[in-house]
Write a protein that binds this ligand. Structure first.
Ligand code: ZN
Length: 214
């Protein structure tokens, strides 16, 4: 079996996503780029996370074809592929359906930068992509357009897309997104968040740009 170590990482990330309550049942999906190849590894469709084995992780090429027989790849494979094709800096993607992120995605509210980590981990405000049917090419295009060069995006009435240079970083982004959304929802009960003052945003932007150059 090719890429056994990477497959194990995908399995592990799926289990963590499920066990930490960032998704439920078989929803959500996880992928990583195969380094130096136009290929990705992605979780299979409709298999419970606690049952997925390394051999179930699907190897897909950039044309969207499975490179081996076995399971069906995640129905969201089109958007994963489009992001990898257009963002050379992305090595891992976590698509979660976590509760507070869904609450914000369902209300289609942009979250302004109100915590430092919104810049350091996401790259700015957290926006919501336009609605499109799950698994559609239209959803993939919407995601690419709204994601820009950021690491995270909410999908209208659906979930999140969280990216990182590798799967470990993408998973941390997914946890941060859920934390940010949770605080945003709680703050809304207290009258809403105050965005960071302009000087705070400028400072965080500068730190983020510096981090990206390293
Ligand atoms: Zn989904």
């Amino acid at each position: 079996m090719e890429y056994e170590e990477l497959r194990k990482q995908v399995v592990e990330a799926g289990l963590n996503m499920y066990r930490r309550g960032l998704t439920h049942e078989t929803s959500g999906n996880i992928s990583c780029r195969v380094p130096k190849k136009e290929k990705i590894l992605i979780t299979p469709s409709s298999v419970p996370y606690e049952e997925i084995q390394p051999k179930d992780i699907m190897l897909m090429n950039f044309a969207g074809e499975a490179e081996e027989s076995g399971r069906n790849p995640s129905s969201e494979t089109p958007f994963h592929l489009l992001v990898y094709k257009n963002r050379a800096d992305v090595g891992g993607i976590v698509h979660s359906h976590s509760v507070y992120a869904l609450a914000v995605a369902a209300s289609r509210k942009t979250i302004p930068v109100f915590l430092d980590e919104m810049f350091s981990e996401i790259g700015g405000e957290l926006v919501v992509s336009d609605y499109a049917l799950p698994g559609s090419q239209e959803l993939a295009s919407n995601i690419l357009e709204k994601l820009g060069d950021k690491n995270a995006l909410l999908l209208a009435n659906h979930g999140t897309v969280c990216c990182g240079k590798d799967l470990e970083e993408a998973f941390l982004v997914a946890e941060t997104v859920e934390k940010i959304c949770r605080i945003f929802v709680l703050s809304s009960m207290l009258g809403g968040v105050y965005p960071l003052p302009e000087e705070g945003i400028e400072y965080q932007r500068m730190m983020y740009e510096m981090k990206k150059e390293f």
